[in-house]
Design a protein around this ligand. Structure first.
Ligand SMILES: NC(=O)c1ccc[n+]([C@@H]2O[C@H](COP(=O)([O-])OP(=O)(O)OC[C@H]3O[C@@H](n4cnc5c(N)ncnc54)[C@H](OP(=O)(O)O)[C@@H]3O)[C@@H](O)[C@H]2O)c1
Length: 355
């Protein structure tokens, strides 16, 4: 059965759509398992990880790293191999694979008729593969109709984690004519995966370089916001477990006040109501010294809000700070919201249509 019809039939029959999580044991994969355990529309039926997990179950083999409960009801799921998933895939696959593996497997799945929602950078922006954030560029989902696969399958990616926070905070400010963006990131160690960075390299230290990160921010921000802006990033790894903090200076074509910015953030919302998106995607915190990474797993749903703070004006430049949960909003949660956008467009429920 073709993908869209299958989704329609499954949900209208009162059932959840079967999904796979590829790379379920990693930092991003663990967030998928936590967020999907009780999801309204999706049910995890298949998981994969590295080959050393073959023959084991999720519960006995996963070293849980998140400050939220382990998904007990998924603990007996056995690991499948990637080949088994490609041979017999569920209609929707969430990918948290290392980029080099994603670049091989994701096209195979799309060719097999699967809707792939990926965190990896391998396919971002290639061959009409959108880099999607539902509240920022929902109409880019339509690009899937122009991808190469005739099976009905497709790939949708989410942005790099630091880009996701920045693009979300800038989206409601596009009307002021953003010209230049100067951003410095303070990125947590979970951004490097698990086991990630050696303790001796990061404990009591900061590392002022993250491979490929600045180039990703420059490239992806333009593509998501549909603007031609100059971006000047610096990316730094800091000894924090979760959450990327960013300090931002913006140059505008128009004269803008901090109150204009605060009001634009407060009024911003996604044009589509989706289960995993907060009503207020951007929350300004007026306490000086906020937002801090300890807030990463707060909000409703936890980890899906972009927090901003520290608004100030110098000349015609506006400065502020932002916090994005890199593995929730900036990764798995973003992918789940993208899949929800696709499903809501597919089932066309009233109130679920993209404006
Ligand atoms: N961490 C973030 O903040 C973040 C944010 C946005 C996007 N991303 C992207 O999301 C993806 C996952 O990132 P992560 O941080 O979750 O990485 P990670 O913690 O290293 O997890 C990687 C996952 O892939 C599995 N894997 C590794 N090698 C494999 C192989 N050869 N074949 C099959 N599976 C394999 C691992 O299984 P084992 O545990 O068995 O090794 C694990 O489940 C990456 O593409 C990353 O760039 C990450």
């Amino acid at each position: 059965m073709k993908l869209k019809k299958l989704i329609h039939t499954t949900l209208s029959g009162g059932n959840r759509i079967p999904v796979a999580v590829l790379g379920a044991t990693g930092m991003v994969g663990q967030v998928f398992m936590w967020m999907l355990e009780k999801h309204l529309w999706f049910q995890v039926v298949t998981i994969t990880a590295g080959s050393s997990r073959n023959g084991k179950t999720y519960g006995e083999s996963t070293k849980w790293q998140l400050p939220v409960p382990f998904p007990e009801s998924l603990k007996n799921l056995p690991f499948s191999t990637l080949e088994q998933v490609v041979d017999s895939p569920p209609p929707i696959v969430f990918s948290a694979l290392p980029t080099e593996i994603a670049g091989k497997v994701e096209p195979q799945l799309a060719a097999a008729g699967v809707a792939v929602f990926s965190n990896a950078s391998a396919m971002r922006g290639k061959g009409n593969v959108p880099i999607l954030i539902p509240e920022v560029n929902p109409d880019d989902l339509d690009l899937i109709d122009h991808q190469e696969w005739k099976s009905g399958g497709f790939v949708v990616t989410n942005a790099n984690c630091a880009t996701t926070g920045l693009a979300t905070a800038l989206a409601p400010l596009r009307k002021f004519g953003i010209r230049d963006v100067f951003v410095s990131t303070y990125q947590s160690v979970s951004g490097a995966g698990y086991p990630g960075i050696p303790y001796m390299d990061i404990s009591g230290n900061v590392v002022p370089f993250i491979e490929n990160e600045e180039a990703k921010i420059r490239k992806e921000l333009d593509a998501i916001l549909h603007l031609d802006i100059q971006v000047f990033p610096f990316c730094v790894r800091v000894p924090v477990r979760f959450g990327h903090l960013e300090t931002v200076w913006l140059d505008f074509k128009k004269t803008v006040s901090p109150d204009d910015i605060r009001e634009s953030w407060a009024q911003f919302h996604c044009p589509v109501s989706l289960p995993s998106l907060p009503d207020t995607p951007i929350l300004y915190l007026s306490d000086r010294g906020q937002p801090q990474p300890v807030l990463s797993f707060t909000g409703s749903p936890p980890g899906m809000t972009v927090f901003t703070g520290g608004l100030k004006k110098q000349g015609n430049r506006i400065g502020f700070t932002l916090l994005v949960n890199n593995i929730v909003k900036g990764a798995a949660g973003g992918s789940i919201a993208n899949a929800e956008l696709f499903v809501s467009k597919t089932i066309g429920e009233s109130g679920c249509k993209v404006k």
